[in-house]
Design a protein around this ligand. Structure first.
Ligand code: ATP
Length: 458
């Protein structure tokens, strides 16, 4: 495995200095664990979402997209079980008042050897007592008991503050796909098996957010629900594991930095569940999940809404509630993985070190940077940049030495630098420098669009 030079501190600093990600509400002293995507970051994140949508909607047979409302009827969350059981076991340190998740304390104390997912709250409390697990912040041992803490953000609808007006910011996008199951099926005339996908914001009042954009209280999910007949679910579960894995490889991930992890404890409705973990700068952690959710979600929505969500097979007339295979990945978490995987510090001839993001060109904020060698070449360079901007996002930079300008583009992962020199004025050719190999070729201006299109396709 290639030794990765990346640390979280280096990534955070690069993101802040290069317009990728800024701390949220920074001029007011920040707002814990919120982050704002800057001019470069928004492009990269949009490209990640575009690549995912292309793979799982556009190129997928029988998959359809939706964009459902964030605010949903509160009955949705009763049906899904979130109102009663979307919670984490919280413990407070009475000495320093810091807040912790009991399961995380046990995992850290046992160095991953004990799996708290298999424990009840009482068993977790007992473990913490018996093993004298101290507060990781102040080192003291003076805990409150475990309290379960619902992670849903509440707000209220309308002008009065009555409890019946209580609504929630959705904690996952999946329910927007489930409640639209028959709408999508009817309007697309899709036959089982088919999929519904969505990309959108989700909100969780996480007890222990952190690790940059790994765990935040507001984030984006990319979710694909595959509706299939009971009996075929095992086969599709295996297929989605494979497709989720392949997507990451095609984005350029080294398979040695990825691994499957089966869930030890399944939710009561799940038949099978696993994560793909990535070797993040802080260690192996969940990147995405794949779940066999059985017919639980649609059955519950049928029960709670009183509306039939039964599928009628148009050929056999058979009626049934489909099973669901869910594939879910956070756009922000994938962005963190993409940045970590791409980050490199390379020592150049002469001893200089360049920081470079080697990610897939399709994910780059700018497909090329147009750089006039000298200021008097700027009009020609601007003309070429405007021509290219009709096809791709392009960066233009005329400030500083050419070497410095290359370095700036390397740091944001621009795959090609196009240099305009005196020969360009003579014969309409330019120099194209490759980000990864740093090799340069000479191309005619008329060849640039096709060249970039081919190199930057996903
Ligand atoms: P975790 O165990 O990390 O809390 P989870 O198992 O609760 O995650 P899911 O509910 O399966 O996660 O959500 C699907 C995906 O959404 C995760 O694999 C992750 O990529 C992303 N995700 C979940 N919670 C967060 C969060 N707080 N911040 C950023 N991304 C998140």
């Amino acid at each position: 495995m290639a030794k990765k030079t990346v640390t979280m501190d280096k990534l955070v600093a690069l993101c802040k200095n290069r317009g990728i990600i800024f701390p949220g509400s920074e001029i007011y002293g920040g707002m814990g664990n919120t982050w704002d995507y800057g001019p470069v970051g928004v492009e990269i994140k949009n490209n990640i979402k575009r690549a995912w949508w292309k793979r799982f909607v556009q190129e997928s047979e029988n998959s359809y997209g939706v964009d459902a409302a964030i605010l949903m009827n509160s009955r949705v969350w009763e049906a899904s079980g979130h109102t009663t059981s979307f919670s984490d076991p919280k413990m407070d340190c009475k000495e320093c008042k810091s807040r912790h998740r009991a399961d995380n304390l046990i995992e850290a104390h046992s160095k991953g050897k004990v799996n708290p997912d298999l424990m009840t709250n009482e068993e977790m409390e007992q473990y913490i007592q018996e093993h004298h697990v101290c507060c990781p912040v102040c080192g003291k041992f003076n805990w409150t008991g475990i309290r379960t803490f619902n992670l849903m953000f509440e707000t209220s609808r309308g002008v009065t503050d009555e409890s019946q007006n209580k609504i929630y910011l959705r904690p996952e996008t999946a329910q927007g796909e489930f409640v639209n199951f028959l709408n999508v099926q009817r309007t697309t005339r899709a036959k089982i098996p088919f999929g519904i996908a969505q990309i959108g914001k989700a909100f969780r009042n996480e007890i222990t957010p952190g690790n940059f954009i790994f765990r935040t209280i507001e984030f984006e999910q990319m979710e694909h629900q595959w509706f299939c007949k009971e009996g075929t679910d095992g086969e599709y579960y295996a297929e989605f594991k494979q497709r989720a894995w392949q997507f990451l490889l095609d984005l350029g991930f080294n398979p040695e930095h990825l691994r499957f992890k089966d869930h030890d404890k399944l939710a009561h409705y799940a038949k099978a569940a696993c994560d793909i973990q990535y070797d993040f700068p802080m260690g192996w952690s969940e990147l995405n999940g794949i779940h066999n959710r059985t017919d639980y979600d649609l059955s519950r929505h049928q029960e709670y809404s009183g509306k039939s969500l039964t599928y009628v097979d148009p050929v056999t007339g058979e009626k049934y509630i489909p099973y669901v295979i869910e594939y879910s990945i956070g756009a922000d978490r994938l962005m963190l993985a993409v940045l970590s995987e791409a980050y490199d510090e390379e020592t150049l001839e002469g001893g200089d070190v360049r920081t470079v993001l080697h990610f897939h060109p399709a994910l780059a904020a700018y497909k090329a940077a147009v750089l006039p060698l000298q200021k008097n070449l700027a009009p020609k360079a601007k003309e070429i940049a405007s021509m290219l901007k009709k096809h791709f996002p392009i960066s233009y930079d005329e400030a500083g030495s050419i070497g410095k300008r290359y370095r700036r583009q390397d740091e944001i992962g621009t795959p090609y630098c196009i240099t305009i020199d005196f020969d360009t004025m003579e014969n309409d050719t330019v120099t194209v420098r490759d980000r990864d190999s740093m090799e340069q070729i000479r191309l005619n201006v008329s060849e640039l669009v096709d060249f970039l299109r081919e190199k930057c396709a996903f």
